[in-house]
Write a protein that binds this ligand. Structure first.
Ligand code: NAD
Length: 475
């Protein structure tokens, strides 16, 4: 079970720790250090910026077929390297190995999709009198500064590289320092598939230093960020100073409407599995279960019964169904939110605390009858906690779903076809699942509204977000 050597990649050169500052990478299942990642200084970032400018000049001219071949080649390499990448991902982030394998496959599929989309960047010709011509063309926006978080360290980096590369942009990518090997593996697949080294580079650093430096540079034309709403707002302000295009994938607080006419057992089977995926550290995680009164007790009992059966352990252990949380901050933050909710009057039905021993394990947790005043009913828990409350009927349930400023993923389960359409329309969210417990797909736009951000990744919309329009008028 080898964890790879860590480095930055600037102009295709691997840069190790040397005399630089570094970050210690910890296996969250054991609390042990497994690697050291170098942190960029200002000179490293300036070099990366100069190279990104060259990379853009080169890649914007690359034929669509070349971009497509690189993405398709990288997809094949990710599949061939799936097991090694998945192991590194589990060792540094904690999720179970099957989850990690799935994440690698998702990026392979995304790159395949973008290999196709890269060849479908069409413009249009406007109707003009003979002798005149007007065309609208789509051009790559320019060098992108991309910041990816630690919860899906393969998928988030894949999303932040795939669309810009398809569009003809260059990218300076900063994956999370806590999970560096996953992102490096995605970059390596692209480089090995023939991507010119100037087109995509990976740096690590003190996040605020790196983002301030890159976003202030005249080289960078777009910011792509996934992470918390607080940090997203800060980065959006920096981006505004330089009039950058932005794609912001921020937090969520997934409402789940469970109506009495839903297939309750099927909903429970699906939601309990999805709730505790990646120990709940998922921006689209189903979080607030908004249950119609008459089925509340049944839903709560069924949820607790299933949550109790979840085997928590090291993600490398084939018996584990839920791994540790990704870093030492998370169990502490989730524990404080649970304590606050219980103090406010919530009922703790299961779990609610750290699992003693090494590593950052937190028990699968169910809280019910949670007062709206509790912090956990306002803030994204980003952990293995389900919140289950009872409501009188459709109007109250929709009002509760839309109460928060977040609007990423929302879920509704009902057997009534007219209500399915009504509720899908009423929910303020970028993605809505009806009688399903997961959203997203490589061909569909992934993104939110309100404080969950703007813009989209994946799908044709993700490519569009890396393009600018130009109208050319010829007399
Ligand atoms: P955080 O808010 O400090 O960091 C979130 C992410 O942003 C991290 O990956 C971090 O490296 C990065 N970051 C922080 N400051 C930055 C800056 N100035 N410039 C560039 N990147 C920066 O907190 P955290 O403890 O790492 O995570 C906690 C919260 O973040 C969670 O509660 C959750 O709400 C949110 N989060 C969301 C996602 C998501 O997929 N939307 C992913 C990870 C974390």
């Amino acid at each position: 079970m080898a964890y790879p050597a860590l480095h930055m990649v600037i102009a295709g050169e691997r840069i190790g720790v040397g005399h630089r500052r570094h970050h210690n990478v910890i296996n969250p299942a054991t609390g042990q250090e497994i690697g050291r990642v170098p942190l960029a200084d200002a000179a490293d970032l300036d070099r990366a910026l100069a190279v990104a400018a060259e990379g853009f000049a080169l890649w914007r001219e690359a034929p669509a077929s070349q971009r497509a071949a690189v993405l398709a080649g990288a997809a094949g390499l990710l599949i061939a390297r799936q097991e090694d990448i998945a192991i590194a991902l589990t060792l540094e982030e904690g999720k179970t190995l099957p989850e990690a394998r799935g994440e690698v496959m998702m990026v392979a599929e995304l790159f395949s999709f973008y290999a196709g989309e890269a060849q479908r960047i069409y413009g249009r010709t406007l109707v003009r009198p003979t002798g005149q011509r007007a065309t609208v063309t789509y051009e790559p926006v320019g060098p992108v500064a991309a910041f990816a978080p630690w919860n899906f360290p393969v998928a988030n980096v894949g999303r932040k590289l795939g669309a810009p590369i398809a569009a003809g942009c260059s990218v300076i990518m900063k994956p999370a320092e806590e999970t560096p090997a996953s992102g490096l593996a995605v970059l390596q697949a692209l480089l090995d598939a023939g991507l010119p080294p100037a087109v995509a580079q990976v740096v690590f650093g003190v996040p605020d230093e790196v983002s301030r430096h890159l976003l202030a540079s005249p080289v960078i034309r777009k910011l792509s960020f996934t992470g918390s709403t607080v940090v997203g707002k800060h980065l959006a302000r920096l981006a505004t100073d330089n009039c950058l295009r932005t794609t912001m994938e921020l937090g969520g607080h997934g409402p789940v409407l469970i109506f009495a006419d839903a297939d309750i057992e099927r909903a429970l089977d699906q939601f309990v599995r999805v709730k505790y995926r990646n120990a709940g550290q998922v921006c689209t995680s189903p979080t607030r279960f908004i249950v119609e009164e008459s089925v509340f007790e049944r839903f709560r009992a069924g949820f607790v019964e299933r949550a109790r059966a979840i085997v928590v352990g090291d993600g490398m252990n084939p018996d584990s169904r839920m791994g540790p949380m990704a870093n030492a901050r998370r169990p502490e933050a989730v524990g404080a939110l649970v304590e606050d909710a219980v103090a406010a009057g919530a009922r703790l039905d299961w779990g609610g605390k750290r699992i003693e021993g090494p590593g950052f394990f937190f028990a699968p947790t169910v809280l019910s009858q949670v007062p709206l005043a509790a912090r956990i009913m306002q803030e994204e828990p980003f952990g293995p906690v389900a919140l289950i409350n009872a409501y009188a009927g459709e109007a109250e349930m929709i009002a509760e779903a839309n109460r928060l400023p977040y609007g990423l993923a929302a879920y509704a389960w009902t057997g009534d076809a007219a209500r399915q359409r009504r509720v899908a329309r009423a929910l303020e969210a970028g993605m809505v699942a009806i009688n399903a417990a997961q959203v997203g797909g490589v061909d569909s736009p992934f993104g939110g509204v309100k404080w969950s951000g703007h813009g989209a990744e994946d799908g044709p919309e993700g490519l569009q977000a890396c393009l600018v329009t130009k109208t050319i008028q010829e007399a």
